[in-house]
Design a protein around this ligand. Sequence first.
Ligand code: SF4
Ligand code: SF4
Ligand code: FES
Length: 246
Amino acid sequence: MSESKEVVLKVFRGDPRGGEAKEYTVPVGPGMVVLDAIHHIQGYLSPDLSCRWNCKAAKCGSCSAEVNGKPRLMCKTRIDDFPAGEPITVYPLRAFPLIKDLVTDVSKNYEVNKRIPPFTPAKDVEWKMFQPDVDRVQEFRKCIECFLCQDVCHVIRNHGKLGEFAGPRFFVRLANLDMHPLDSLSRLQFLKEEAGLGYCNITKCCTEVCPEDIHITDNAIIPLKERVATRYYDPLRLLWRKLTGK
Ligand code: SF4
Ligand code: SF4
Ligand code: FES
């Protein structure tokens, strides 16, 4: 645990044409988080440093960055969690196009989101739910759209498949819809053919970085994979579909 009075931050400075990490020495106060240090740099050392933030309470999902190589919320990452006397690196999310310094263009995520068929209750639905059904989807509703899970997922980060692959954040949304007791649509074909669920090989890296502790793989992705497998690859179902065309 760090008890230093100062900390050195190596912060990426640059834009799509190129850039490099620059060193800043920042005074450390009790309970200080990385976002505080970034604000100190903006306030006293380099006012043109760009970063995105909003709530400073780990709820808006804006201040995502890679701190010492790991995707994290800067406002939830304490300076004293790192070894004293060692510099802390702060880089932008690497899975998305860079705009400037710590700011990236995450808009493609919103394009993916728009393609997901929204909540569609049946016309004559009775607006009544059992508590266990509510509890089951409640976990998914905690998502703050920080996109840390999208950033760490190798299908997006290393293979650039965002678009043909929806990514963990949107599997969470799809699970929320698919498990909603009052929703009437099936999104299994969408999951298989447009959301690229098959690309996910359940490495669980997304779950490890989620600041809301959503069990993305166990509670969203694996059940969705099971539903798709049952719908499209179960031999009895295949036979039934051949016989009935359904
Ligand atoms: S479990 Fe799937 S979605 Fe999550 S990081 Fe791994 S490949 Fe990506
Ligand atoms: S699922 Fe978790 S990591 Fe992914 S966007 Fe939502 S809150 Fe962030
Ligand atoms: S500033 Fe809102 S999550 Fe960090």
